[in-house]
Design a protein around this ligand. Structure first.
Ligand SMILES: [Zn+2]
Length: 255
């Protein structure tokens, strides 16, 4: 057992620091071997190689309820099942949902949290747990930037000013956004490799996605935004719903 844990730690450290497309083996192993800490009405909390405060169950259930209210819809239990499973595991560096960016290929209400992020969730200093829960609530996505931007937006509605995802310090002093990121906002393009292997680029990409989504929601409301979010061709839907081109909207969001 000790050997297995050590091996997992090694695999985790050796994998790309920001890699969402890990082999899958460690997550499956965590799911198999983790210990149940506590259960609430909707959430089961597990720990693996680290002690977790059972109070995270209540925080997660409150965040889910608040974000459902903001979205105007409930968790898709017919696809995801009725219970959300949260695994806090030693060796998880980047918190993520089951299958990471490929979650829609195997949608399950399962997420993995970095232990520090789980701890800071309880003080409201870090909203990453809510970001990951938001991915479950809006699991069917076509645009990766809209997906990440919406998850940050919802998480920061729950915990204004908190750190979130790669932006551990929050957005009080946001990262500067390279021009090339603009070309991804609101498109169905796969995220560039730099999102996985360049920490600074990753922070900027997430911030730009958040800023774009916040701009769209503030401009025309959540109902209109969710029509865009559900569209298979968001670029033409942007024009139809917001009356401006994707490029113009991305520029306006950056002002
Ligand atoms: Zn995310």
């Amino acid at each position: 057992m000790r050997v297995i844990v050590a091996l997992i730690a090694l695999v985790s450290v050796a994998s790309p620091a920001y890699g969402q497309r890990r082999s899958g083996m460690p997550d499956e192993q965590i799911v198999r071997e983790a210990q149940l800490v506590s259960s609430g009405a909707r959430v089961d909390l597990f720990e693996y190689g680290v002690a977790v405060d059972p109070a995270l169950v209540g925080a997660a259930e409150r965040a889910l309820a608040r974000m459902e209210e903001l979205l105007g819809s409930k968790l898709d239990v017919s696809t995801l099942g009725p219970r959300v499973r949260i695994y806090v595991a030693a060796g998880i560096r980047v918190s993520h949902v089951w299958r990471g960016y490929d979650h829609p290929s195997d949608p399950k209400a399962v997420l993995f949290l970095n232990p520090r992020v789980a701890q800071l969730a309880l003080t409201g200093a870090n909203a990453t747990y809510a970001h990951e829960l938001a991915h479950l609530l809006a699991w069917r996505y076509h645009s990766h930037t809209l997906r990440e931007g919406l998850a940050d937006y919802l998480a920061l509605q729950v915990h204004p000013g908190a750190g979130v995802g790669p932006n551990f310090e929050g957005y009080a002093s946001p990262p500067s956004v390279p021009n090339e990121i603009e070309a991804y906002l609101g498109t169905t393009r796969a995220p560039p490799a730099a999102v996985m292997d360049d920490a600074e680029f990753r922070r900027a990409y997430y911030y730009a996605s958040y800023r774009f989504v916040r701009f769209l929601i503030e401009r025309a409301g959540m109902v209109t935004f969710l029509k865009l979010y559900g569209a298979t061709d968001p670029e033409s839907e942007l024009v139809r719903l917001y009356g401006a081109s994707r490029q113009d909207l991305a520029l306006a969001a950056a002002k």
